[in-house]
Write a protein that binds this ligand. Sequence first.
Ligand code: AMP
Length: 189
Amino acid sequence: MTAAVPAPREPAALADLLLSRIRDVADYPKPGIVFKDITPLLADPEAFTALTDALAAFAAEHGATKVAGLEARGFILAAPVAVRAGLGFVPVRKAGKLPGATLSQTYDLEYGSAEMEIHAEDLSGEDRVLVVDDVLATGGTAEASLRLIERSGARVAGLAVLMELEFLGGRERVLPALGDAPYQALITV
Ligand code: AMP
């Protein structure tokens, strides 16, 4: 059963509000990276609620039955979306953190590789999963997560991120993994 989800704000006004609560931190965690710090947004109930409502409306619109959050900031965004939309929450974790039987997906980083895992038993063939994260950068983390959902036997309902860093080309990386499922970035910079 899906909960009644409040109507989202108008997209441009929502993007302005959200962007005003994201702090750029230069040279973090290493020189040359501009880190998008969402803690001011989380600390502002108006912005955090508006974000949650917008993502919950997206989940309802596209028939999601579960919301998957990507470690670690994706957990913070996805869990209230799941509750708001009356859906279950599934964590997608870095390798070695989940205690049960996992499915694993490795993906390439600029130097080396990384691995994401899920508890496949938390999903069924009936599930349609909305994947949620804070920032889409190169798209590797989101792409691996979409592959995991598919491999679990569930279907992907869509991918939604708070912010896309357009210059890193992540959108091109995730679109093939999404197939016909929708993609939404509430802010694109
Ligand atoms: P990627 O796999 O390159 O798309 O990286 C996405 C993951 O890394 C997300 O889970 C983000 O939380 C994090 N991330 C990447 N770049 C940034 C950034 N500039 N600011 C904040 N988080 C970032």
